[in-house]
Ligand binder design. Sequence first.
Ligand code: NAP
Length: 306
Amino acid sequence: MSCEKRIILNAEGLSLSRLVLGAWRLLSGPEKPDATSVARLINDAIDLGMTSFDHADIYGDYGVEEVFGAGLKHWGGKREAIELITKCDIMLKSDARPDNRIKHYDTSAAHIKASVDRSLKNLHTDYIDVLLIHRPDPLMDADETARGLEGVVNAGKVRAVGVSNFSPSQFDLLASRLPFPLVTNQIEVSVVNTHSLFDGSLDHAQRLRYAPMIWSPLSGGRLFTGDGPQEKRVREALKAVADETGGADISAIAIAWLLRHPVRPIPVLGSLKRERLAAMAAALALELDRQQWFAILKASTGQDVP
Ligand code: NAP
């Protein structure tokens, strides 16, 4: 193994698996999965070492948590064998939320409590391992948001809290009002989306020693389907490295490229297909050398580093 098997998030020893399964696309297929197939997915993920599952209240137009929760109930394994991450604050215009007249954010203490209570019910669980504020809210009152987060932690409903898509200063603001650390910032990074390497986000994580969770680690599939010059260059560079490392799938090289970063990124994988998840899990046994890593960066940006 080239990297740690699990990432410890806080002093209490809460940890996530090195690769997390993202549930966003659970209701994207033509058929709604039943409890048996969700239970199978949970078992498949665990077999591949992925014990952590990423959710949000809004996934599947507010429907994913409930479908996953039915599968979790059917699964029948020990709750402590897995970790559940979920998020709140995005308010979608949806038939499921008739009071939302417009898409907006809500980081009020009352909304945090209400959203957590709904997630607990939908997921059929007594506690959430990690609750994230999904998007930075321009109306966030840091004192009040912190009070809301403390409330759900003190009530035993949530073990740890973090954020998603926050800039370093937004992270610092909220952290400054909390009596416990924010354990992660879930942000987008991939071989075709490298902004966080240069905008201070990963520097901030390394400075404060928290492991960022990485969403859309394969750019939501654009890496495979995109026919622009960037995607073509990157696929070629991944293939060249795959050949050098003994023929791994290019998805594994793309994940290994993320894992190579010293900040200890935690990729959140979006495919729910066992064979694709298995191909990406092979990344854990790969370690790209510096020049392989920079060759992929060059393919992404289209130029040598200065
Ligand atoms: P991703 O892993 O970048 O993309 C997954 C997509 O790529 C799937 O549609 C998959 O198709 C497709 N794909 C095509 N070829 C593939 C291959 N060879 N191997 C693997 N996948 C392939 O991740 P994502 O779904 O965009 O996002 C991952 C997770 O991040 C989500 O589930 C969610 O939990 C989280 N997320 C968080 C935020 C946030 O704001 N915090 C935003 C977006 C997502 P198939 O499904 O057909 O395999």
